[in-house]
Design a protein around this ligand. Structure first.
Ligand SMILES: Cc1ncc(C[n+]2csc(CCOP(=O)(O)OP(=O)(O)O)c2C)c(N)n1
Ligand SMILES: [Mg+2]
Length: 323
């Protein structure tokens, strides 16, 4: 499997984002701003607090609320039949615009998509043959997993769930090592430190807290690490979900949260899980920007995650963030 993508080599990741024009963003992008001494500094009493979303929204001429809330419809660049969605139908809103990836980027991601789908299906067959203990399939969730994992750089960490094997493989973990985990071999699994990929968590949302902890440590040490924390729609009802997002926002940590909404938590539908308009709306309650992206649209997921990584890399808190 190929190595993790370096955001520095990703043209979309290099695209300057409007945030970078804000004084606050420039401040946090300097090494001094993330050094332990800078973190410990107490701001002068008469300094007005800088609210990142307020600053960023000025670049788009929109209100902070409009900036932080998800777009009125989910972000989609490709229709289900694979045809590009015309600009006129996308209805791009200021602060919610994402560029179509290059052919090269799409091909690179598509390869991971195809490999992931093949291994998913093979593993499901192995389970039915009794040759693998269990395999929570990512079938149908490959695109968002590939795009999110590909936005990570060499110093970043991935915190996946049991269902995120395609993200794990996209990060460079050999499929055989993933398969041995689910086979239950005594020597199974991969070395988390080697790939900077945490073990695939089965207890819901414990991994979110771990991701936040690593991001906090990285910020205190002045390291340029971003963490990506993944969970499902049902997991958003767990207490750990609240604690992770709240801590991340309050301490302005470089962590990204990806919630994959496949409609169900086992047999419980999303409608019984939350009364929020969408799961992306939960972000704004913590003071983070949220976005709703078509998880089956590779073309939309790639630029979205590149932009999100850019924001997190500046230690700017974003949950499903926007540029
Ligand atoms: C803390 C905890 N509570 C309950 C469970 C049992 N459980 C396993 S999967 C699951 C549903 C999770 O649904 P969702 O978060 O939507 O993820 P999906 O499986 O749909 O990807 C539950 C409740 C668990 N693993 N951990
Ligand atoms: Mg689910």
């Amino acid at each position: 499997m190929s190595e993790p993508t370096s955001p520095g080599s990703d043209p979309a990741a290099e695209t300057p984002t409007p945030d970078s024009e804000t004084p606050e963003a420039q401040e946090t992008s300097t090494p001094e701003a993330t050094s332990p001494s800078a973190v410990d500094e107490t701001p002068a009493e008469d300094t007005a607090p800088v609210i990142p979303a307020v600053e960023a929204s000025k670049n788009f001429g929109i209100t902070p609320e409009a900036y932080m809330l998800p777009a009125t419809s989910e972000i989609q660049l490709l229709a289900p039949d694979g045809q590009p969605v015309p600009d006129s139908e996308q209805g791009p809103e200021p602060g919610h615009e994402y560029p179509m990836p290059s052919t090269e980027q799409l091909l690179k991601a598509y390869e991971k998509l195809v490999v992931g789908r093949r291994i998913n299906d093979q593993n499901m067959a192995l389970v039915r043959q009794g040759r693998m203990a269990v395999y929570p399939s990512s079938h149908g969730q490959e695109a968002c997993q590939v795009a999110a994992a590909m936005c990570l750089g060499d110093n970043d960490w991935l915190f996946p769930t049991y269902r995120d094997s395609v993200a794990v493989m996209s990060r460079g973990v050999d499929p055989l090592e993933v398969m041995s985990t689910f086979r239950g071999d005594w020597h199974g699994g991969f070395d988390p430190r080697e790939y900077k990929v945490s073990i695939q968590a089965t207890p819901l949302t414990t991994q979110l807290l771990h991701a936040v902890g690593v991001a906090h440590a990285a910020k205190l040490r002045g390291e340029d690490t971003v963490t990506l924390a993944m969970c499902g729609d049902g997991a958003t009802s767990e207490g750990d979900f609240h604690e992770a997002l709240n801590f991340a926002a309050v301490f302005q940590l470089p962590v990204l949260f990806l919630v994959q909404n496949n409609g169900y938590a086992i047999s419980v539908p999303l409608s019984s899980q939350t009364h929020a308009p969408t799961l992306a709306h939960k972000a704004v309650g913590y003071g983070m920007a949220g976005e709703r992206v078509d998880g089956n649209d590779l073309a939309a997921c790639c630029p979205y995650w590149a932009a999100a990584w850019n924001c997190a890399a500046r230690a700017r808190v974003r949950c499903w963030s926007r540029p």
